[in-house]
Design a protein around this ligand. Sequence first.
Ligand SMILES: C[S@@+](CC[C@H](N)C(=O)[O-])C[C@H]1O[C@@H](n2cnc3c(N)ncnc32)[C@H](O)[C@@H]1O
Length: 364
Amino acid sequence: MPSTSFEDHDDAPIHVFDLPQIHTKPAPQVLLDTLSLLTSQPPSWDAGDTEEADASANALAKRRRRSNAFRPPPARVDEAGLTRYLTNIIGSDLQWIDDDATKEEIWEQVSLRLSERSGRNAMPAMSRSFRVPTAERDVKITIHEPTLTADNLGLKTWASSYMLAKRLHTIPTPSGLTPDFPVLELGSGTGLVGIAAAAVWGASVTLTDLPEIVPNLSRNIDANQATIQAGGGSASAAVLDWSMSDEISPFTLGSSPFDANSSSAGFPIILAADSLYSPEHPRLFVQTIKRWLRQSADARVIVELPLREAYSPEIKDFKERMQDIGLHILDQSEEVGYDDWGWNNSGRSGQQKVNCWWSIWGWQ
Ligand SMILES: C[S@@+](CC[C@H](N)C(=O)[O-])C[C@H]1O[C@@H](n2cnc3c(N)ncnc32)[C@H](O)[C@@H]1O
């Protein structure tokens, strides 16, 4: 019989690395068992001594006998890392699992675990205001966040995007550009960074993301038109899937500055926040940067990422790939931001600290 309450466990949160990692291609039942044990409502090993609880406990015990790689059910998991762990599963095509129904069941269970952890998911859609400094004053950017659905992480605003939005006014932009110079944002989500860039720099920003994210992105651009125009900038939304990095709509990009044969092809600045949370992301993200960054000495990539331990391999991979394509870090530092996504260590939803790393890259 397993321990039946959270209080029975010691206080240290379990690290997500102690859970079966998706890159090791765990057996479907191992994933389903783990997802069952991660239920954040009274979980199956909790007080309700149902048959289901016993089945889960037995499955876990069996697995522990088979392998030492997995620890007992966590009293408390590092919830911030857990959100990433769950989204990693959703982002995987689970190609080693033959049965489509089993795959669907796994994705469904992950969606449920994410929903349970989203205090905000239970809430109706909401709009929030962010104060962003410019050289002269603060501007207010209003961001609409629809109810979060499954894996659509771009429907919420993440800590590092607010940190980057607030940092923009301190970052020198390449000299010699027209006032409304073009900027590309990758993985814009709700659009806070791109909208801020248009308002703070007076730039012409193309905010991009996956097709399902773009409608809310457009909505947020429209809602902040007055602020963008007051800053002398402009903004538009477009689909740009990093796995198909050539497929940004030519209509959105206009023609002349993006003529592939022109020396001014590409964007002099690319922005991104919180864009690496699956093993494939560094490769896809960097190949997209390579495709769209202007080949000029003053071209810049400005990225801010949360420093989640579970995702340090992605950050390492990102740095190596950036260097491989000829980019190097010109400036970087760490800072602390706040997020109201996920649950804190006492198991309640609320604000939590997020350590973030920002970096500015240029061609070598
Ligand atoms: C964690 S969210 C960050 C959103 C926003 N930058 C922020 O910080 O609030 C990651 C974003 O990357 C986008 N994304 C993930 N994979 C992508 C891909 N293959 N192509 C384009 N965007 C992608 C997601 O849709 C999502 O909007």
